[in-house]
Design a protein around this ligand. Structure first.
Ligand code: ZN
Length: 281
């Protein structure tokens, strides 16, 4: 394992994998390298016949600060050039909206939807802050266990964009709360998330890992094929209600916002909504 690996792959018990975001010094901000490593880890767990349950956890006090806005486009290109793409929207040198749309289709909407469709039970284990892009890691999971200090936020409207790239808000929060959360950029506490049905359990911070493991062990005792069928049946119910199409539509609006901001501000986001340190990039 090299020192700069962003993701750990642990096997804490038979049939269970724990994938850990391991960039705590950056509050687990997701750069392109982390996202591809995460995708590799999910693929490894999906392909391992011994594995029945996948836990997604994070090192440090916070689950994820979201996308790493400090990452330069040159760095993104460098990482992407080393990786095998999983989607078919290859980037193009043609400029305009094409390269960014292709990139976000792959590493944001593409990866999140891909992980949501892994036919093995996935459990997000969340502590501390989970911001914007962080939601795109926990929402694709089947079950979310939150520590009592967990809090969730999508502040993208402040940055001139109508929501993060994986727009599951109405499905996760209900339409009214989704709108309020987007309009105000208010935090959703673990208790509120539980009340809204976004989170399955809220447990004391010190019990988070043990509680999640116990839940994973109970699930891992079941036959894998039946688990897969149960998961796909629930996903099919959401998809029959138009979920996938709604996500694609929101993604198109998201790209429209990036293009709009490029025309108005010369940046993909409205710089008034981000910190001065990042604005210089
Ligand atoms: Zn975007």
């Amino acid at each position: 394992m090299s020192d700069d690996e962003r993701v750990l792959y642990e096997t804490p018990a038979p049939h269970i994998v724990r994938i850990v975001l391991n960039r705590p010094e950056a509050r687990n901000a997701q750069d392109t390298k982390m996202l591809y490593e995460l995708n590799d880890a999910f693929d490894r767990a999906a392909q391992d016949n011994e594995i029945k349950v996948i836990i997604l956890a994070a090192a440090g006090p916070h689950f994820s600060a979201g996308h790493d806005l400090r990452e330069t486009s040159d760095e993104k290109k460098r990482i992407v050039s080393q990786k095998k793409r999983v989607g078919t929207w290859h980037s193009s040198g043609s400029g305009g909206a094409h390269p960014n749309t292709a990139h976000e289709k792959e590493v944001y909407l593409g990866f999140s939807e891909r992980w949501r469709n892994i036919p093995k039970p996935t459990i997000a284990q969340v502590q501390g802050k989970c911001i914007a892009g962080g939601l795109m890691l926990v929402w694709p999971c089947d079950i979310i266990v939150a520590a009592d200090d967990a809090a969730f936020l999508d502040n993208t409207v402040s940055m001139g964009v109508g929501g993060c790239e994986y727009f599951a808000h109405p499905w996760e929060l209900g339409p009214r709360k989704a709108k309020e959360v987007l309009f105000t950029a208010d935090w959703v506490s673990a208790e509120d998330a539980f009340r809204l049905g976004m989170v399955n359990h809220v447990v004391p911070r010190g019990e988070l890992e043990a509680f999640t493991m116990k839940l994973a062990e109970r699930i891992a005792a079941k036959p894998l094929f039946a688990l897969k069928l149960a998961k796909e049946a629930v996903n099919a119910a959401q998809d029959a209600a138009g979920r996938g199409l709604a996500l694609q539509t929101a993604f198109a609006y998201h790209q429209l916002a990036h293009s709009h901001n490029m025309q108005v501000h010369g940046l993909p986001i409205d710089p008034s909504g981000i910190s001065p340190a990042i604005r210089k990039k």
